[in-house]
Design a protein around this ligand. Structure first.
Ligand SMILES: [Zn+2]
Ligand SMILES: [Zn+2]
Length: 189
């Protein structure tokens, strides 16, 4: 496979967000390059209820407070589009269950908590993980059972993302994903 790095990268679209962690600045023209970038060079750490960046270790229990923590390092903004280097679904996914929980593990290292989104409803999970700076894992799963959203949670660990789903009923799931029998989605209402 051949790849060239000589793409038209000289033009940065207005509104492009800086890719450095926790920097909120968007590109508004060349003057934006003269403003300082405040970012975290480290990785997010979530440990026993505490959330912090490995670089500055200002520990907090609240996710919002963690997201608000200003960068501890100054440098130049990084506008380079993520798109070019995106690799999708490139990491292993696994699951296991106990009597009350189903745990999905996505082996994405150093997931970015400011960009990673896991949406659930009672019967499905929509996973979008940004990890190792610029890689993306996205997956939508229709579940084989019903879950209790309020008691389900997501853990960003250094080596993987764990999605812990609380079963609405303590029954064993034969498999993780629901597969429709007939192939059509007939729903009686
Ligand atoms: Zn930091
Ligand atoms: Zn920046």
């Amino acid at each position: 496979m051949k790849s060239t790095n000589n793409g038209p990268d000289s033009e940065i679209e207005i509104g492009t967000a800086c890719k450095n962690k926790s920097c909120q600045v968007r590109y508004e023209g060349t003057s934006s390059n003269e403003t300082e970038c405040l970012y975290h060079p480290g990785v997010p750490v979530f440990h026993e209820g505490l959330k912090y960046w490995s670089c500055c270790q200002r520990k907090t229990t609240e996710f919002d407070k963690f997201l608000e923590q200003q960068g501890c390092e100054t440098g130049k903004h990084n506008w380079v589009a993520v798109k070019e280097t995106v690799q999708r679904n490139n990491c292993r996914m696994d699951w296991h269950q106990t009597g009350s929980n189903v745990t999905i593990s996505v082996f994405a290292k150093c997931a970015d908590p400011t960009k990673t989104i896991v949406k659930v409803n009672q019967v499905s999970v929509d996973i979008f993980i940004v990890y190792e700076d610029d890689k993306i894992y996205s997956q939508w799963l229709e579940l084989n059972g019903i879950i209790d959203i309020g008691k389900s949670c997501v853990k960003l660990l250094g080596s993987k993302v764990e999605i812990i789903l609380k079963k609405a009923e303590p029954v064993s799931w034969g498999k993780l994903q629901y597969e429709s029998q007939a192939g059509d989605h007939s729903q009686s209402s």
